[in-house]
Design a binder for this molecule. Structure first.
Ligand code: CA
Ligand code: CA
Ligand code: CA
Ligand code: CA
Length: 422
């Protein structure tokens, strides 16, 4: 009889432990998502943007001093709310683009960046991508005076590079405007119908990596070569402050403040959800085994397959351990599958247990990675560490069991539970 009681107690403990770990995992998962989504709202800040009616709304920046930069980069987040019209986003050109620079969306929904120095002397780079109506997207235009090229970017990726070496001519008669062409009384069809946010002007040709890395990160205004920056987070009133200097804008003809839904990420670290030993509710690290799989879970905010630099993965008791298993050709041992059945494929990689530094008593495994955007991401999950370290003889016996962990680990657990309770 005592035997039966003991077995039942063990079962109950196991069930409770699994349930507890499942709860921890679920909370961790939610916390991970929350950290990503709520980075901008943590201190009660709301990311606002300005909504333009497409009829006469604009932001007036007459008299701004940009210093007539030879090379220039213009960036913004935009949401167009209609096709078949020309949306002016940022311009200090005349209406025929014969001077200055202009970032616009044309009738087909393509992003154009124009740099011009005279009548018919201009370079125009046009995106292949057609912006989706109602979606926030990041757009950027670059004129590189050294290289003699005009470029346009959508969502941090270069879409076109057009040779143009004749520079940008700045005329004092032109004002800088957001959301409209330069002469407000002409060509009324050219006002932005949609929302514009996070407008940045730089006096250098920014490189692709820099644009991608910083597009979701709100800047503090002191970045080198940033000459004007309208974050549009006022949320009320009729002025849009320049975070770099004194180039403050005035909202004219009734633009509205709205909450922007493009995702701001923290400059330091982004949280991600991970699952150690995906498919099992308990994350037993067996020191006698060679490898352990860890999944990075994709979400609406993180595409683990494409946004994570696989070779940067580190995992273990502090997260800094270089424990990623690589093939003989030096490729990370990772596969792609949907481990939590949410319809999004996840990244599952194999880590060398010895290199993770885990020891009995450790309760948490931490994974760190770099995103392709250059942002560091981190995630953690519960662990239970069991067994003894692998010897050379064991190595021959077990080999690399990656891909076949679940059944084997269940056996190991049962054996261990039995041993401990005798
Ligand atoms: Ca904003
Ligand atoms: Ca209006
Ligand atoms: Ca797990
Ligand atoms: Ca998934």
């Amino acid at each position: 009889m005592p035997g039966i009681v003991r077995v039942e107690r063990v079962r109950l403990e196991k069930i409770l432990r699994y349930a507890g770990l499942l709860l921890c995992f679920t909370l961790g998962f939610l916390a991970g998502l929350g950290g990503t989504v709520m980075a901008a709202q943590q201190d009660g800040d709301v990311n606002y943007a300005v909504l333009y009616d497409g009829y006469d709304d604009y932001v007036d920046l007459s008299g701004v001093a940009l210093g007539a930069p030879a090379s220039v980069t213009v960036e913004a987040w935009v949401r167009i709310d209609a096709l078949n019209k020309i949306h002016y986003l940022v311009t200090n050109a005349d209406n025929d683009f014969n001077d200055g620079f202009s970032l616009i969306v044309d009738q087909s929904g393509r992003v154009n960046f124009v740099a011009a120095s005279g009548l018919y002397v201009k370079g125009i780079a046009m995106s292949a991508t057609v912006l989706e109506v109602g979606q926030w997207q990041h757009v950027a235009g670059v004129y590189d005076a050294q290289e003699g090229v005009v470029k346009v970017y959508v969502n941090g990726l270069e879409e076109a590079a057009v040779p143009y070496a004749d520079g940008v001519r700045y005329l004092s008669a032109r004002d800088l405007k957001l959301g409209s062409q330069n002469k407000a009384f002409e060509r009324a069809g050219r006002y932005l119908k949609g929302a514009l946010d996070e407008v940045r002007i730089w006096n250098v040709a920014r490189q692709a990596d820099d644009i991608l890395a910083s597009m979701k990160v709100e800047l503090d205004g002191t970045e080198p070569n940033l000459v004007a920056y309208w974050q549009k987070n006022e949320g009320a009133g009729v002025s849009a402050a320049d975070k770099v200097g004194a180039n403050n804008g005035q909202l004219r003809m009734g633009p509205q403040w709205i909450e922007a839904t493009w995702r701001v990420v923290s400059e330091d670290q982004v949280q991600m959800a991970i699952d150690i030993k995906p498919g099992g509710n308990h994350n037993v690290v067996m020191l006698s085994r060679r490898t352990i799989p860890v999944a990075i879970l994709s979400s609406a905010d993180l595409d683990a397959l494409n946004e994570i630099d696989h070779s940067s993965l580190t995992f273990g008791r502090t997260g800094d351990e270089p424990s990623l298993e690589v093939s003989r050709r030096g490729r990370p041992k990772c596969n792609r599958r949907d481990v939590n059945h949410d319809g999004l494929r996840d990244l599952v990689c194999s880590f060398n247990i010895e290199a993770t530094g885990f020891d009995q008593g450790d309760t948490q495994g931490i994974l760190k990675a770099m995103m392709t955007s250059g942002t560091q991401v981190t995630g953690s999950d519960e662990v239970i560490v069991r067994g003894r370290r692998l010897t050379k003889r064991d190595d021959n016996k077990y080999g690399d069991k990656f891909g076949d962990w679940n059944a084997q680990d269940q056996d190991d657990d049962d054996k261990n539970n039995g041993r401990r309770r005798h």
